[in-house]
Design a protein around this ligand. Sequence first.
Ligand SMILES: Nc1nc2c(ncn2[C@@H]2O[C@H](COP(=O)(O)OP(=O)(O)O)[C@@H](O)[C@H]2O)c(=O)[nH]1
Ligand SMILES: [Mg+2]
Ligand SMILES: [Zn+2]
Length: 350
Amino acid sequence: MNNLSLYGWNDSLFQLKQTSQYKNLFHGRVSAVNKTNYEVITENGVLLCELSGNVLYGKASFELPCTGDWIIFQAFDDHKGIIVDILPRKHTLYRRKSGTVSDRQAIASHIDKAFIVQSLDANFSVRRMERFMFQILEENIQPVLILTKSDLEYDRHQVDESLKHILRRMPVFFTSILSPETVIPVRKFVSQGESVVFVGSSGVGKSSLINSLCERTVFLTSETSKSTGKGRHTSTRREMELMNDSGVLIDTPGVREFGLTSDNSEVLAEMFEVSDFAESCRFKNCMHVDEPGCAVVEAVDNGSLELEVYNSYLKLRKESWHFSTSEHEKRKKAKSFARISEEVKRIKKG
Ligand SMILES: Nc1nc2c(ncn2[C@@H]2O[C@H](COP(=O)(O)OP(=O)(O)O)[C@@H](O)[C@H]2O)c(=O)[nH]1
Ligand SMILES: [Mg+2]
Ligand SMILES: [Zn+2]
């Protein structure tokens, strides 16, 4: 028997369930997405589920279940079932599907905290942190920075300096799996029923950290997988694990490219301290590029706003505009297509 409240089930999810026509059936949480089916945690154990035709054909691909989704199912037997509905998503981490301009891909949903994991070696990149952070803040998920492999040699002063603007919005933890005491504050930071997703490149130590947090081997790391002969890149699918009854940890495969799907210019301006200066711009609708009396450009000129930070702001803003205009265009096209096919139907009937 599983107690689903440990997996995050609560009153507001119960309320959401009441809006479904299937509200009298059982619910569960998707813990892994496989090629042809879904692993679902239910009160009576883990079920492998497929999708009902209505779910499969009635939804866009980014709306199909992702890890963390709460779903309603019908069981065939003790091991197999069918997903008949998905509860409305909240706090979902998306990314732009690689190779597309405006398609979303859901990574994990119903998330409270997102751990942005980087190692204190060549992987350390403030620009990549900012990108994750923007995407995470957009969904009202709390971003947290985890810097792993703190046993390696690195320049703490330089690291602190480069993080100054970021740490206004998120806490940071330095960890090493070689010193278990560095992991304790991270463990304490997650409360019962909270869901945490781990994002970051492959090899930074996400799976090792999750194992250390859970005090047991729940995920294969690149080391352990080598010794079992399974090859290096083990996290080919997302997985979920309960941390000693006090939080839900979700591992993701190393996400290389993390294209933005956010379009909240206020979040972006706040994140990059641009909003601190923007109030003093001469024009209310200032774009902070080359307008006269732009206080942001002035701040860059006099060194109160770092040039790198400003450039990063412009770059992410451009990318997010690009995504949202393409998405908007696509919706408009889909709408007019729907209208045309309605008209065709009417003509045929008429
Ligand atoms: N020195 C050091 N190595 C670590 C640490 N954490 C992980 N590693 C190593 O980094 C490699 C990748 O770890 P893994 O957990 O598989 O990374 P993932 O791909 O992000 O899940 C493995 O060889 C780990 O042993 C750490 O804190 N210190
Ligand atoms: Mg891994
Ligand atoms: Zn301005």
